[in-house]
Ligand binder design. Structure first.
Ligand code: SF4
Length: 170
């Protein structure tokens, strides 16, 4: 519809919100200054919006890459998996008019494909999507998704933008 910008969800830290585990952000000038002219950007932080505090103990994905657990790095007894998956379920079922999503790389929640999965000894076994993005892709495999690294590559960025403009929003 003319005048209405397509809506893209973006990991909150990329929009400059200080929501990372250490209270910092990952402000991304290209997303905030250029994409904001063409799209309505909706912030989502799958950790803080799930109810975790900022700052908070850092977590990492551990175990099976299909169904990893989000466990504390300093205290492996800290398990926030069900909190994060419950929020993801709720957000995904309530998402409205989202035509694409830009996620933060390597995050245990937001990573697209490069989030490390650790074994019980703290060694990296492989890489996968973060918990939130994994559930998003399973539920909406047609939704255009990209991370903040790929969005700076002109070819990948143009392909993403074109898909968003032609997407049927959630
Ligand atoms: S959970 Fe996602 S949005 Fe929140 S701080 Fe981590 S990478 Fe950023």
């Amino acid at each position: 519809m003319p005048g209405i910008k397509p809506r893209i969800a973006v990991s909150s830290c990329l929009l400059g919100h200080p929501v990372r585990y250490d209270g910092t952000d990952k402000y991304h000038p290209f997303i905030c200054q250029h994409l904001a002219k063409q799209f309505e950007l909706i912030a989502v932080c799958p950790e803080v919006d799930a109810g975790l505090s900022t700052p908070r103990p850092p977590v990492r994905l551990t175990g099976n890459s299909q169904q990893p657990l989000a466990l504390g790095i300093e205290d492996a007894k800290l398990n926030v998996t069900s909190m994060l998956t419950s929020f993801a379920c709720e957000w995904l079922s309530q998402a409205k008019n989202i035509a694409g999503i830009i996620v933060k790389s390597r995050s245990p929640s937001c990573g697209l494909s490069d989030t490390p999965i650790f074994d019980q000894h703290g060694q990296i076994k492989n890489h996968s999507a973060g918990l939130f993005t994994q559930m998003l892709i399973q539920r909406y495999p047609q939704l255009p998704v990209i991370d903040e690294i790929s969005i700076t590559d002109p070819k990948q960025r143009d392909a993403f933008i074109s898909k968003v403009k032609n997407a049927i929003p959630l």
